[in-house]
Each structure stands twice: as structure tokens, then as C-alpha cells.
Design a protein around this ligand. Structure first.
Ligand SMILES: Nc1nc2c(ncn2[C@@H]2O[C@H](COP(=O)(O)OP(=O)(O)OP(=O)(O)O)[C@@H](O)[C@H]2O)c(=O)[nH]1
Length: 553
């Protein structure tokens, strides 16, 4: 796996791990934080709803306060004078003060005067007094017990919610006292509002928050300050509920349906954040890879190309290029140092090789000289120094060698003993040195007469020569002997004290045999010697053939 591939895998792995980490952090920290904000937001909103309901209750209570601490009301509750009602409590008064129920109760909780209206949104007035007055009186009269006349005038109040014809009525009640707040109180004033859909819609518009209400039984556990009920409806909405208590008594449950904008925002931020992070990782990985290729891979590939060129050319005088002053540059310098060392070693090796070659040449020359000397020694050991012909030692070897070969081939072996006639007289007449030159002259004639490579002319001793002719039969030998004799005569070497001719002559004894067991070279030479002896005895200057004596076998 290449460095690039490994680095790519590492960066991708890091990117994936980073994205996963970011995702986990987003899901476990950021997203819950948004959820917490949303919960706070929901609580604030449902708190606003409850506060709005309480504000509504307070508004009714303020109105009740005005009407209950008023001398006219104080007189009315005692006298029941209809003038008070006609002057003050016509339907528009209800509409202006924003309540639907008005009750004036005596100290026994019995209604002195009361009316119940409904004000639909089309501007009409529906008088519900006949239908619901008794219900309202029955529901509210029992609250008179909550009012303590001994309390300060400001605290002599109660309020609550009662159900009339299935509709909750928010009411406030105060005792009727004189305008200066003095008593004793003579009855109770009750004003109330239908918490119907129309009013709830109006309140919702005022606080810009839709909500609904439902009555709760009185024995419902009092709501703790943070007793909220939050319920996730679906991905985009949740419901927040809170019990609205009046004087510590649970009365209504207000519920608001809220959009989960914040959670959605958190989720979107999480997803967009992760997507952005992944894009950043990809961009960063791409940039890192490009940078890595530029800083690391490219110089390494360049160094590799240099190394490849140098090793294929085997030219260690070349150097890798150093492009950066970093670790790869240091590697290139180390490589160049190694090349320098190899080059130095090569130079030294070449010098040593030259020296070795020179010594080898010397050895070869010495060897050649030795071979020449050996050859010369061999030649000297096998040749006669005066005539240049083979000596007696070489002759013996030749005879034995030829005898062995011809024993197997069945061809004849011929020898000739050549002796210069009356050579003593020649020496005496012309001197020993002249005798030497003549010996050499005759030897040359004999050597030239040896036509085959296997023939040999040897100095047998003194002025006597032995010619060895393997494969030559007697007939051919006689012809050769005649030719040699004539050549010596033709040489016309003066020998004026010879009794034969006035020039030098020779005598030749010839013998030939097919070598075989029972005979030796000695037998053959002896036969030739016998022939020579016969020639010498019969006047010299001639040649003769003598067969080998095989009678002694
Ligand atoms: N100059 C010279 N003479 C040699 C050499 N070797 C032998 N001689 C002489 O050759 C002569 C041989 O003489 P002999 O054996 O008596 O025979 P010859 O005089 O040739 O008589 P025949 O052989 O019977 O014809 C001797 O005088 C030797 O000194 C040599 O190397 N150089």
C-alpha cells in the first residue's frame, strides 16, 4: 500500500471519526440544550397564559372593589331601591366593565339583585338571567364564607371559577361596605366573566399565544410553582399545561400548543453543522492530500526517479537533485554521500584492477618466458646442438612411440643409418671446425629429406645419423636413400684425400619391419647397422637394405 493510499485512508478515517464525534456531541449536548431552551420557552408561555388569567381575575376584582366599597351600594343592599339598579346597572354597564354576571347578595347569601348576560361578537345582548341566575347564585354564595370581615378592607375579597351551564365563570367577590371602607358589611357584590371560547380567543390574541382551559376538580392537588406538564405531541409540536390556582385552590388547567421551533432549529443546526463539518473535512482532507503530495510524495518520487536513473546507468558520478531542506532533502544528501563513497570505492577498485592487470600481464610474460625457456630446454634436451637434429634421447623416444603405434596399425617401420665416409681423413685434412660445418650441411640434407611429419632425422653419434620413417616400406626407403645419397654427392663437398671420390660421400644401411611382439627397435637398428656395415665393407658411397633377423624369435 502506497504512502498516499495510507495517508488518504488515515485522513478519511480521521474525518469520519471527527464527524461521528461532532454528531455525538451535537446529539448529547447541543440538541438537549436546545430542548431545554424549548422547555423553558414552553414554561414561560404557559406562565404568561396563567398570568393573563390571573390578570383577568384581578381586573374583575378591581371592579368589584369599586362597586362594593361605595355608599350607594351600601344603601341599595339594605333598601333594595330599584333606583340604584336603574341608574347604574343597565346591560351596557356589563359590557363596559367586561363582565357577564353581576350579583348583589345579602349577608345570608340570598340574591337581592342579579343578572346574567352574554355578549356575542355580533354586538347583541342575550339575557341569561332567567336561565342561569339561580345556578350562579348557588355556585357563588358558598364563597361568602371565605371572606373575613375582620381583615383589612383591601384583603376582604375572594375569587374563583364556577361552572354555569358547562361554561366556567371567573368571578370576584367582596363584602359591601361604605365608601370609606367602614362597616359593618351588609352583603356581597359578585362580578364574573364567562371564560367562553370568545373570551379565550380574545385573551389569546392579547398575549399572542393560543391556549385552552378546562376545569379541574377542587380536590386536585395544589399546583407546585413548577408543576408543569409538558407533552411532546409530534416532531413539530408540544403541549404545555399548568394548573391555575386561585387562593391555593386548583381551578383551571390551561394548555397551550406550542411549535417546537427551537428543537427544530437545534436539529437543523445539528444536521447543518454535521454537513458543514463533513464538507470541511472533505475540503481539509483534499487540501491535506494535495499538500502531502506536494511536500512528501513528489520529492520522494523525484528521488526515486533519480535513484532509478543512476542505478540503471550505473554511473555513480551522477547525483540526486536536492530540492528541499527537509528530511527528504537530508535523505537525498545521504544518498549522494553514499554515491560519493561508491564512486571513491570504484575508483580505488579500478586502480587495484589496473594494478592487478599489470601484475597479471607481468605474470603472463614471465609465464611466456618460462614456457619459451621450457620449450628451449625441451628443444635442447631433445636436439643435437651442432646439427639441430633430434638427439639420441629424442630418437629413443621416437622409436618406442612409433613402434607402439605401428604394432597396432600393422604398418612398417623403416630406419636408415647414414654414415659419412672416411670422415676421419676429412677432419685430418680440413680441420675439425670444417668437419663440424660439413656435419651440419649433411644434417640439413637429411632433415629436408624427411617429408612426413612423423619422420625424424637424428644424430646417432659422431658422424653417424639415424633416420626414422614410420609407415614407409622398404621399397620407398630405398628410393629415399638413393635420393639422399645423390643430394650429398650433388653438394660436391670437397674431400680430396678420399680414396672413393674427390668429394664427400655417404653410406646408408636400411632396414624395415612391421613391428610385432617378439621384436624390438634394437633388432631393427641392428639390421640397419648390419646393412651399413656391408656397404662400408663393399666400397662405401652406397646404400643397402637388410631385413630384420627374425630367426632368433
Ligand atoms: N669434426 C668432427 N669430427 C667428428 C665428430 N664426431 C666424430 N668425428 C670424427 O669422425 C671420425 C670417424 O672416424 P672413423 O670412425 O674412423 O671412420 P671413418 O674415418 O669415417 O671411416 P669409415 O667410417 O670406415 O669410412 C673420427 O675421426 C672422429 O673424430 C664431430 O663432431 N666433429
Amino acid at each position: 500500500m502506497s504512502i498516499s493510499a495510507k495517508t488518504t485512508a488515515l485522513i478519511v478515517l480521521m474525518g469520519v471519526l471527527l464527524s461521528l464525534s461532532a454528531f455525538v456531541v451535537q446529539r448529547s449536548i447541543v440538541y438537549p440544550a436546545f430542548h431545554e431552551i424549548e422547555v423553558d420557552y414552553a414554561r414561560n408561555n404557559i406562565d404568561r397564559v396563567v398570568r393573563k388569567l390571573d390578570t383577568q381575575r384581578q381586573a374583575i376584582d378591581f371592579t368589584v372593589y369599586d362597586w362594593s366599597a361605595w355608599n350607594d351600594t351600601y344603601s341599595f343592599i339594605q333598601s333594595g331601591d330599584p333606583e340604584y339598579i336603574e341608574s347604574n346597572l343597565y346591560p351596557d354597564t356589563f359590557l363596559n366593565f367586561g363582565f357577564d354576571v353581576a350579583l348583589f347578595l345579602n349577608l345570608d347569601g340570598e340574591v337581592v339583585w342579579g343578572s346574567v348576560y352574554d355578549f356575542p361578537s355580533d354586538g347583541g345582548i342575550v339575557d341569561l338571567t332567567a336561565a342561569h341566575l339561580d345556578d350562579v347564585v348557588a355556585a357563588t354564595a358558598k364563597f361568602t364564607g371565605r371572606i373575613d370581615p375582620e381583615e383589612d378592607i383591601d384583603d376582604q375579597a375572594t375569587s374563583g371559577v364556577v361552572q354555569v351551564a358547562g361554561i366556567p365563570v371567573l368571578f370576584a367577590m367582596r363584602p359591601i361596605v361604605q365608601s370609606d371602607g367602614s362597616g359593618p358589611h351588609k352583603g356581597y357584590v359578585v362580578f364574573g366573566q364567562f371564560l367562553d371560547d370568545e373570551l379565550i380567543t380574545t385573551l389569546s390574541e392579547q398575549i399572542v399565544q393560543d391556549f385552552s382551559i378546562e376545569p379541574v376538580p377542587e380536590n386536585t392537588a395544589p399546583a407546585a410553582p413548577d408543576n408543569y406538564s409538558l407533552k411532546i405531541i409530534d416532531q413539530s409540536t408540544l403541549s404545555a399545561s399548568k394548573i391555575y390556582s386561585i387562593e391555593g385552590i386548583p381551578t383551571l388547567r390551561a394548555t397551550a400548543i406550542l411549535p417546537r421551533n427551537i428543537t427544530e432549529l437545534g436539529r437543523d443546526i445539528t444536521y447543518y453543522g454535521i454537513a458543514l463539518l463533513i464538507l470541511l473535512c472533505i475540503a481539509l482532507a483534499t487540501a491535506l492530500l494535495a499538500l502531502f503530495r506536494w511536500i512528501v510524495v513528489k520529492p520522494i518520487m523525484s528521488l526515486r526517479t533519480d535513484i532509478s536513473s543512476i542505478s540503471s546507468a550505473m554511473d555513480y558520478s551522477l547525483r540526486a537533485s536536492i530540492k528541499n531542506n527537509d528530511e527528504i532533502g537530508a535523505l537525498s544528501r545521504e544518498f549522494n554521500s553514499m554515491l560519493q563513497m561508491i564512486e571513491s570505492n570504484n575508483t580505488e577498485l579500478l586502480r587495484l584492477n589496473d594494478e592487478l592487470t599489470s601484475k597479471h600481464q607481468t605474470v603472463l610474460e614471465v609465464q611466456s618466458d618460462l614456457q619459451a625457456a621450457n620449450a628451449e630446454l625441451k628443444r635442447l634436451s631433445e636436439h643435437d646442438p651442432l646439427t639441430g637434429l633430434s638427439n639420441r634421447l629424442a630418437l629413443e623416444k621416437k622409436l618406442e612411440q612409433a613402434w607402439g603405434i605401428l604394432c597396432r596399425t600393422g604398418d612398417p617401420l623403416t630406419v636408415m643409418l647414414v654414415d659419412i665416409d672416411l670422415f676421419k681423413l676429412y677432419n685430418d685434412r680440413y680441420g675439425h671446425q670444417a668437419g663440424d660445418r660439413t656435419l651440419k650441411q649433411v644434417a640439413d640434407i637429411l632433415a629436408n629429406a624427411m617429408k612426413r611429419k612423423s619422420d625424424m632425422a637424428a644424430r646417432y653419434g659422431g658422424e653417424e645419423f639415424l633416420l626414422v620413417l614410420p609407415g614407409t616400406n622398404a621399397e620407398d626407403a630405398l628410393s629415399i636413400a638413393a635420393s639422399i645419397r645423390e643430394q650429398v654427392i650433388a653438394a660436391n663437398i670437397e674431400h680430396d684425400c678420399s680414396a672413393i671420390e674427390p668429394f664427400l660421400t655417404i653410406s646408408i644401411g636400411i632396414s624395415s619391419v612391421v613391428p610385432h611382439a617378439g621384436l624390438t627397435t634394437g633388432d631393427l637398428v641392428r639390421a640397419a647397422d648390419k646393412a651399413l656395415y656391408t656397404v662400408k665393407g663393399s666400397g662405401r658411397n652406397n646404400f643397402r637394405y637388410e631385413p630384420v633377423d627374425t630367426t632368433g624369435q
